[in-house]
Design a protein around this ligand. Structure first.
Ligand SMILES: [Zn+2]
Length: 370
């Protein structure tokens, strides 16, 4: 794969993760028995797992051209086994299935690669999973995909080589979008709102109303007054927009469900097998999308304050109060975004944030009137 410039790169689909890709290229030559890819789904963990598996299964170490490489990259090689959970969490039944798969002999290649998604959701099945990962047969390599490492999974994580997939840099996402034909201005705004998540960037680029939502968050500093009723109105507007943002995903889910239904009907079955699980997963994804939307919006807002700060500093006649207010606001917004996951009351979170960063608005820069 080194001598032929026309050979496709296994890791072509992995965007903006040079450090992780460098580690995986080196590891593929002499792999350990278990890897943990730490990063969000949209950070490139899935294409990276396929590319790594191609390196491990290809007879020549990942040429990128042979039939093995092609099928592994397409996800259709029998020795690349992708394990998805069947319920809301990666449960005990899933762990049992995994233990059986791990014992299986490879069909074609010298080894098999088991890629397990959503391992951060294996809290209850952690002991069973640990046992499997600790005692793998020689021909099995595990790749565990994990968005975070909860306390129950610390031991499992310690048995794996960890490879980090941080959020993809906004500039990289912007270039990637432009290369896919997205117009430059739009690409910049979408990259900013993507939170370093390529899946999210892809959907936002196709979402006609995203620019308006982005502008709504950008407009917050000029609308702040520091009082409760303005803060409540702002929170209402932004949460309504976040709700609307989920619509394209809901439509896609409805289509998916329709396709499954007609498939079942053509097989003469009355119901989709596992219908409840499908609905639960869709609902979870929709909730997640909404939270991501709010978090990304807070990121846009924090940047709006930082831009103000830089403008004030660049203008030379920087008012001390403006500088202080903008940097305090940016810090408070970033903290609010970080606490979003464990804070079930988004309305309250946004309202108190807006009261806090809005107080003093009329004295210091923001064009606020009463
Ligand atoms: Zn190959």
């Amino acid at each position: 794969m080194s001598g032929d410039p026309s050979a496709p790169d296994l890791f072509d689909e992995v965007i903006g993760q040079d450090a992780a890709v460098g580690v995986l290229r080196a590891e593929a030559r002499n792999p350990l028995h278990a890897y943990l890819f730490l990063g969000a789904n949209g950070s490139g963990v899935r294409p990276a797992a396929r590319a790594f598996a191609a390196g491990l299964l290809c007879p020549t170490g990942g040429c990128g051209r042979c039939d093995t490489c092609r099928r592994v990259l397409a996800g259709s090689h029998p020795d690349l086994v992708q394990v998805e959970r069947t319920g809301a969490a990666l449960g005990v039944d899933d762990a049992r299935r995994l233990a059986l798969l791990a014992q299986r002999r490879p069909f074609e290649a010298a080894r098999q690669v088991l890629v397990v998604a959503d391992v951060h959701l294996a809290v209850r099945s952690a002991p069973a999973l640990l046992k499997t990962v600790e005692e793998p047969p020689a021909a099995t390599v595990f790749v565990l995909l994990c968005e975070s490492i909860p306390p129950e999974l610390v031991t499992i994580a310690s048995r794996c080589a960890q490879v980090s997939f941080p959020p993809v840099a906004a500039a990289v996402i912007e270039r990637w979008l432009v290369a896919r034909g997205v117009e430059a201005d739009r690409a910049r705004v979408v990259a900013e709102g993507s939170g370093g998540d390529l899946d999210r960037a892809r959907l936002l680029a196709e979402d006609a109303s995203y620019l308006a939502r982005h502008d709504l968050w950008r407009s917050v500093p000029s609308r702040l007054r520091g009082d409760g009723s303005t803060a409540a109105q702002l929170a209402r507007d932004l949460l309504a927009a976040a709700e609307e943002a989920v619509e394209p995903l809901r439509r896609r889910h409805a289509q998916d469900l329709g396709a499954l239904e007609s498939e079942s009907a053509s097989l003469g079955e009355k119901n989709i097998p596992g219908r409840r699980e499908v609905l639960e997963r869709q609902h979870r994804e929709e909730r997640r999308w909404r939270t991501d939307e709010i978090r990304a919006g807070l990121g846009v807002l924090a940047r709006a304050f930082r831009d103000r700060l830089f403008e004030a500093l660049a203008s030379g006649n920087a008012d001390r109060e403006v500088i202080e207010r903008c940097s305090t606001a940016a810090g408070a917004i970033t903290a609010a975004a970080a606490s979003l996951e464990r804070n079930p009351n988004e309305t309250l979170l946004l309202e108190s944030l807006f009261v806090r960063i809005g107080s003093g608005a009329e004295r210091s820069g923001a064009p606020a009137r009463r």
